[in-house]
Design a protein around this ligand. Structure first.
Ligand code: GLU
Length: 470
């Protein structure tokens, strides 16, 4: 049987990194077995939908380099792939269940339900629908339908016994049927609930492996009862533990957690994000951290997904990003990093800008950070106390400054090589070396005690400025 996995996000505006990690696992599993990766948009909760969210999802998957074999943009035989366009399908199957006696019409009003909820609250019990509408006579049901009374369709749960859920990661889970609510399958607005639609679609779309958040694990008992009611074969389930935010709580926009697009906009490379995320909650057999996509596909083993939740760690992500940045081809790096540079460089030559940016290729953690790193080349110098004290710490420093200025005056072609030679001449002529040679020049030129290579720093500051500062 051909492996078919699906990524089934709800377009609620924020695709957090946990959602993306699920997509990565689904993608890798499909690719590993030469299967299909399907995108399905679960938009049946219209109240939570956010404009532009669907585009956001496409963009994320595209940037990550995931080829979608079937989805709203490339419809195949199992479409439509947007749930709101499948309303009639769900209705047909819901009615089929009513026919089979596994579901029933419920005409309860909001007030009646509220009363049931209050009662449950008072008894400190979780609310379970009391099943009163399951006892309505055929005639009464028909009468209500004829009158146009709004209704929902509920799943009829067994009241005794247990339902088993088999999960590839968590093993066999037993759920007591007595705690299962006669959940709503079809809402009064005609839309299905997630709980119903996911089963219908996973079956009709021939999904073989369902990978999703662990929060759905217990719910899966209800889904299994639906599969049984239809006498359908169940998919393999792979529930994955949560990715927690840096503070150990659930990832959410409200907590200021970044989405993939936020990170992308800040200058994190998709391949670094994917590489980082896949290792959150999955451990390869090989002792390796950096993986190309083909290596990930070859090494992915769903059995090695972890049972426990993992914590997002920005520093670790930066480590991956830094690695990928440092490995970029020079030209690719330059084109990429220039997008993040906010300083006005219109009066600089391209050579100068490139030189500046290349110096930081091995230091940079993310694109926007370039602005902090290069800041000193765009502002007037400030000499702090420590640097000031250093400048007064030895009588020879004045000679170094004087000798270097003379050397600078002699340089015709202002380039790092000639600047290095000039520094060397000072070393010979004044007879100093090490810190007493380099530090005075650096401080006098930049005001700082640290920075990139001295010759590069001086080159970038420029001959004119150096002469003025010395
Ligand atoms: N639409 C669900 C969500 O976004 C998907 C869960 C699933 O993959 O079945 O959480």
């Amino acid at each position: 049987m051909k492996v078919r996995t699906r990524f089934a996000p709800s377009p609620t505006g924020f695709m957090h990194l946990g959602n993306l990690r699920t997509a990565i696992f689904e993608y890798l599993l499909a690719r590993k077995y030469d299967g299909d990766f399907i995108l399905r948009i679960e938009d049946t909760d219209k109240s939570r939908q956010v404009d532009g969210a669907i585009e956001f999802i496409y963009k994320t998957l595209e940037l990550c380099g995931f080829k979608i074999d079937e989805g709203p943009m490339n419809e195949k035989e199992y479409g439509p792939y947007i749930q709101s366009e499948r309303k009639e399908i769900y209705k047909k199957y819901a009615l089929d269940l009513v026919e089979k006696g596994k579901a029933y019409y419920c005409f309860c009003t909001e007030e009646e339900l509220e009363e049931m909820r209050n009662k449950a609250n008072m008894r400190k019990r979780p609310f379970l629908y009391d099943g009163r509408c399951s006892k309505l006579s055929k005639e009464k049901i028909q009468e209500n339908l004829d009158k146009g009374i709004p209704y929902v369709i509920r799943q009829k749960m067994p009241k005794t016994g247990v339902t088993i859920v088999e999960d590839e990661i968590y093993g066999k889970i037993k759920i007591d049927n007595s705690i299962l609510d006669d959940q709503i399958l079809l809402k009064s607005d005609g839309y299905p609930t997630y709980n119903f639609a996911n089963v219908i679609d996973d079956h009709l779309m021939a999904i073989t492996h369902v990978i999703r958040g662990k929060e759905y694990l217990d719910q899966t008992a209800k889904y299994n009862l639906l599969y049984d009611a239809f006498a359908w074969e169940k998919p393999k389930y792979i529930h994955v533990a949560m990715v927690l935010g840096e503070d150990g709580t659930k990832l959410s926009k409200r907590n200021g957690d970044a989405s993939f697009m936020d990170l992308y906009d800040a200058g994190y490379l998709p391949e670094a994000i994917v590489n980082y995320l896949v290792l959150l909650g999955w451990s390869p057999e090989v002792n390796q951290e950096i993986f190309t996509m083909p290596e990930l596909i070859a090494n992915f083993n769903e059995k090695r997904i972890s049972k426990s939740s993992s914590q997002y760690d920005l520093k670790k992500l930066q480590w991956f990003n830094h690695h990928y940045i440092s490995k970029m081809e020079k030209d690719t790096y330059l084109n990429w990093v220039k997008k993040y540079l906010e300083y006005d460089v219109s009066d600089k030559t391209e050579k100068w800008v490139n030189h500046l940016l290349l110096i930081y290729q091995n230091t940079l953690n993310y694109g926007q950070e370039i602005n902090d790193l290069v800041a000193n080349f765009f502002k007037e110098i400030e000499v702090d106390q420590e640097a000031q004290e250093f400048m007064e710490s030895d009588a020879i420093i004045k000679d170094v400054i004087k000798a270097f200025k003379e050397e600078v005056l002699k340089i015709e072609d202002w380039c790092p090589e000639n600047i290095s030679k000039a520094i060397n001449n000072v070393k010979e002529n004044v007879g100093v070396k090490g810190k007493l040679l380099y530090m005075p020049i650096r401080i006098q030129a930049s005001g700082l005690m640290h920075g990139p290579e001295l010759a590069d720093t001086l080159y970038l500051i420029g001959k004119e400025k150096i002469l003025a500062r010395f």
